[in-house]
Design a protein around this ligand. Structure first.
Ligand SMILES: NS(O)(O)c1ccc(OCc2cn(-c3ccccc3)nn2)cc1
Ligand SMILES: [Zn+2]
Length: 259
């Protein structure tokens, strides 16, 4: 069976509609490199994070989220395909049970073992994240692929904290972390109009997918797989394969910032 069947069968997360009825810009998608269109008017993405805005790590039963204080403009991104600056709210990951799959987006139908999402919202136009989630230009998510390779020093500080959030709805304070250490220095990215990949699946995301992956080692990926979907006291279900099946491209073009 394909990973899609595996996905549908495995986890209640996907009993909700796999795509919004009438949805025309759902995520994730396969990025066909040769079909992406170079856009010379795309600006470089400018990332400025204040590491002290980091608050805590939270296992929400889908993934583990590192959440940030988004009450000011101290951690923002601007430029790239974006009309406004967007505030960092949280980052999280999606990963597989084995290294053959795990990412949400694919490149030329290739899966990576995991994918990082840095979630930002348009606080210039909308008063709250919750309102921005419902609007076409409300969110900007940077996607970074993880590939198996060298040990990642910056990720290790995060990995060391994961045993403390093994179960759903556990939280641990995490007060200084600079997520830009998880973003490749290569400026190249693809961008397209898409959606959240978990409920409420709203079509509110400008996706910015970095072309270059970061390298992490086997122990670091295994640490993700030790987390649980389940709460303490429930029958344990390992948190793996928390990625949504690929969605149809429909009438969309993926633009690239590079030739
Ligand atoms: N995987 S992904 O990067 O696409 C991604 C990114 C962010 C997500 O937030 C869901 C969410 C919705 N709300 C919400 C709360 C109250 C009212 C309305 C919405 N809070 N969090 C889901 C998936
Ligand atoms: Zn995500």
């Amino acid at each position: 069976c394909t990973h899609k069947d595996r996905n549908d069968a495995l986890h209640p997360l996907w009993q909700s509609p796999l795509s919004i009825p009438g949805g025309s810009r759902q995520s994730p998608i396969n990025i066909q490199w040769r079909d992406s269109v170079y856009d010379p008017f795309l600006k470089p993405l400018k990332i400025s994070y204040d590491p002290t805005t980091c608050l805590h790590i939270w296992n929400n039963g889908y993934s583990f989220l590192v959440e940030f204080d988004d009450s000011t403009d101290r951690s923002i991104i601007v430029g790239g395909p974006l009309e406004n600056q967007y505030r960092l709210k949280q980052f999280h990951f999606h990963w597989g049970a084995i290294n053959e799959w795990g990412s949400e987006h694919t490149v030329d139908s290739k899966f990576y073992p995991a994918e990082l999402h840095l979630v930002h919202w348009n606080a210039v136009v909308y008063p709250t994240f919750e309102e921005a989630v419902m609007e076409g230009n409300g969110l900007a998510v940077i996607g970074v692929f993880l590939k198996l390779g060298a040990h990642h020093e910056g990720l290790q500080t995060l990995v060391d904290a994961l045993p403390a959030v093994k179960h759903k709805d556990t939280v641990i304070e995490f007060d200084v972390f600079d997520p830009s250490c998880l973003i490749p220095s290569c400026p190249d990215y693809w961008t397209y109009a898409g959606s959240l990949t978990t409920p409420p699946l709203t079509e509110s995301v400008t996706w910015i997918i970095k072309k270059k992956p970061i390298e992490v080692d086997e122990n670091q990926l295994e640490a993700f797989r030790m987390l649980l979907f389940t709460s303490d006291g429930e029958e344990e279900k390992r948190m793996v394969d928390n990625f949504r099946p690929l969605q149809p491209l429909m009438n969309r073009t993926v633009r690239s910032s590079f030739q």
